[in-house]
Design a protein around this ligand. Structure first.
Ligand code: GLA
Length: 701
């Protein structure tokens, strides 16, 4: 009986919610910031990725009831179900999806539908074999996997339009469908077929206007590769010695990133036109560097991404932390959601990780929230019995037993329901930002300075040190607004164009603190080596000149700070000649012993650090952060134990503190004063105990 009343109410609320026109639903472009909680009818999004097509229909009702009992109010459906929705060209069957939605909606669960283009049906690929992308050796990928299509193929584009239009027409007014996920994890493969080559040649023509300009920009006179017609321009495919022009290769990556955005936009345009009341997103991949997400996400209503923290050291929260912050930074004025949150062991051909304690899944859910997620959707509801991902665990295993992971998810679901009002409208606020450059990432993929070099590790050295000091970090891209930050860290800023140089110069002139590191200012925007003394266009700002450097594969150097402390260093050694900067540390060994390794330059109220190497341990980074934080007046949290994260969301008059214990031991954190436990309502002493694999959410009264 209770159930009946509950269902009736849910249906009434759903219909009402749909009938009342929301402001943005009436407009072509939704206003920003997008409010995810409002979009989900006032509920904090707590969901699962569900594949009803993998299970008997008789199972659906049991699943929906179990979901509802766990506090689940959201599902993502259908992103791999193209063949079931269009079993033959132009013939559609959505009745099964209607039935699945009916069952789920009746349990108060709303849906995002995935457009299914990441996995084209076998019939489509058989009829149009040229849909398959071509690898760098000129061989088309054979059928059997997914994401195997060519973005520019006219047959694929026509098929995309057909399925997206059919889905949009069918679901545009469905009260239980609140939005769309385009495709799935857009990115690769790169395609090297004739259609893509012609598209690249056209892209080059638009960009450079004349072959003279292109030849000059790419320096094609090297090895006499000058192009006399647009049709001669190759792709960076497999060549003898794998040699290709780095300028061409960088432009090809830009071209691929833009083409991916345009393919996404093709789908977005159809949906916006037919179903303007439904929101649109995509599931991005965090640190994945094939695509410029700061560009891709301009087309979407909000950012969603797929968070799988179990590959790394489970207590190293900075890995998923940086991914969250980077994703948030791609659409910086609003919160985001996690579309796939890890819910069990990962694996395809074999298991790829070790099992996490059930409590850790709750901690990771809260970490997403702490970094600005207004929704967490778990991949997947139940582990598949079929196909490639039988080793990729969902919340439930194949037997549907309500295991410990299910109990944990249920607990989190109830708690997030309780915290919704508090969380609503709150955001992460940072004075420190990390600058991530897509051009630099691509240029390093093409020509890493040495084998040991890892750009993400560069980011992490600085990011982790700030986070361990309890300092929030945003991620910026060259197109972002730099003006509100006190500190910008831009490690290994390899590729620079004039506008970025200007933005960084203005930032420093306005009193900002800029941290640069080795391999900065080496290339211009065409991936051509600068003819200025390094660090090229930033040499004056940094107050140093670099006339020599020493890449040390597998060797360690030693850096000596002015107070006499010694630090091992690795990977790369810029030998610095300060022009206006003061020396903070020198090298301890080799022919350049005594030369500067790290410097500080003052320009008016602004400060520029140049760190010419990579330290082997976290301590020097911690010291640098301590120094910067003190100078910039940034509050730090001393004594944060290893494996315990401190994160904050804020809104006017409210501070929401998350203390996250990723370790198997109870821990304690001392805060600046006592706060209230947001879940129990009780007051907590300033010294807060956090049990093993547990979380405290605290707030001011
Ligand atoms: C990705 C995909 C999912 C699934 C998981 C696990 O995140 O988006 O479809 O394949 O990985 O492999």
């Amino acid at each position: 009986m209770r159930m009946r009343v509950g269902l009736g109410l849910v249906v009434l609320i759903s219909v009402f919610a749909f009938a009342v026109p929301r402001g943005w639903a009436q407009q072509k472009v939704p206003p920003k910031p997008f409010d995810l909680i409002e979009w989900n009818g006032g509920k904090f999004i707590f969901g699962v990725d569900y594949y009803p097509e993998h299970w008997e229909e008789s199972q659906w009702e049991k699943d929906a009831a179990m979901m509802q009992a766990a506090g689940i109010n959201f599902v993502r459906l259908a992103e791999f179900a193209w063949v079931k929705m269009e079993p033959a060209e132009g013939r559609f069957d959505l009745a099964w999806l209607d039935r699945a939605l009916k069952v789920l909606n009746a349990h108060g669960i709303k849906a995002v539908l995935g457009t299914p283009t990441a996995s084209p049906p076998a019939w489509l690929m058989a009829k149009y074999p040229d849909i398959a992308a071509m690898d760098e050796n000129g061989v088309r990928y054979r059928y059997g996997s997914r994401r195997n299509y060519c973005l520019h193929n006219p047959n694929f584009i026509a098929a995309t339009r057909r399925i997206v239009t059919a889905m949009a027409e069918h679901y545009k007014k469905h009260p239980g469908v609140i939005g769309w996920q385009i495709d799935n994890e857009l990115g690769e493969p790169y395609c090297y077929d004739a259609v893509c080559r012609a598209a690249f040649q056209k892209w080059c023509r638009v960009k450079y206007q004349s072959l003279d300009a292109l030849n000059k920009a790419w320096g094609t006179i090297f090895w006499g590769h000058t192009y006399l017609s647009w049709a001669e321009i190759p792709l960076p495919w497999n060549t003898l010695y794998k040699a290709f022009n780095p300028s061409l290769a960088l432009d090809y990556r830009r071209f691929h990133s833009e083409a991916t955005r345009d393919y996404l936009r093709l789908q977005v345009d159809i949906l916006r036109q037919i179903a303007p009341g439904q929101a649109i997103t995509h599931n991005a991949m965090g640190m994945y560097d094939g695509i410029d997400y700061s560009d891709l996400h301009t087309v979407l209503d909000f950012v969603a991404w797929d968070n799988y923290p179990m590959f790394a050291d489970q207590a190293n929260y900075a890995g998923p932390g940086l991914s969250h912050d980077l994703m948030r930074g791609t659409k910086p004025k609003q919160n985001f959601m996690v579309m796939e949150q890890q819910s069990g062991l990962p694996g395809w051909t074999t298991f790829w990780g070790r099992q996490a304690a059930p409590g850790l899944f709750r901690v990771w859910d809260y970490q997403s929230v702490a970094h600005g997620a207004d929704g967490v959707c778990h991949f997947r509801w139940r582990t598949s019995r079929y196909g490639t991902e039988q080793y990729w665990q969902g919340i439930l295993d194949q037997d549907s037993y309500p295991n410990a992971r299910y109990q944990t998810v249920s607990r989190t679901g109830k708690e997030l329901g309780q915290l919704t009002d508090l969380l609503r409208g709150s955001r992460v606020v940072s004075s420190v930002a990390l600058l991530v450059s897509p051009d630099t990432r691509w240029a390093f993929q093409i020509q890493p300075p040495v084998k040991d070099f890892n750009y993400n590790q560069q980011l992490h050295h600085y990011y982790d040190a700030f986070r361990h000091a309890g300092i929030s970090v945003d991620v910026l891209f060259p197109r972002s607004d730099f003006s509100k930050y006190k500190v910008i860290v831009a490690p290994a800023l390899f590729v620079l164009d004039e506008s970025l140089v200007e933005k960084l110069t203005t930032f420093v002139k306005n009193g900002g603190t800029l941290v640069l590191s080795y391999r900065t200012g080496v290339k211009d925007q065409h991936n051509v080596f600068t003819n200025q003394t390094l660090p090229g266009p930033l040499a004056e700002l940094a107050g140093v000149a670099i006339h020599d450097y020493d890449p040390q594969v597998g060797q360690e150097q030693e850096v000596v700070a002015t107070d006499g402390t010694h630090w091992p260093a690795r990977v790369w050694f810029d030998i610095l000649d300060p022009t206006t900067a003061q020396t903070l540390a020198t090298y301890g060994k080799g022919y350049y012993a005594g030369k500067a390794a790290a410097t500080l330059n003052r320009l008016g109220n602004g400060t520029v650090f140049y760190i010419g190497t990579e330290f082997s341990s976290p301590e020097p980074y911690a010291r640098l952060v301590d120094f910067i934080a003190k100078e910039a007046g940034l509050p730090q949290l001393a004594g944060l134990p290893q494996g315990v994260e401190f994160a904050v969301r804020e809104k006017p008059g409210k501070k929401i503190i998350f203390l996250l214990n990723y370790t198997e031991n109870p821990q304690k954190v001392t805060l600046d004063r006592p706060y209230q436990n947001a879940l129990t309502g009780e007051s907590e002493a300033a010294e807060v105990p956090i049990p093993a694999f547990d979380v405290k959410v605290l707030t001011n009264r």
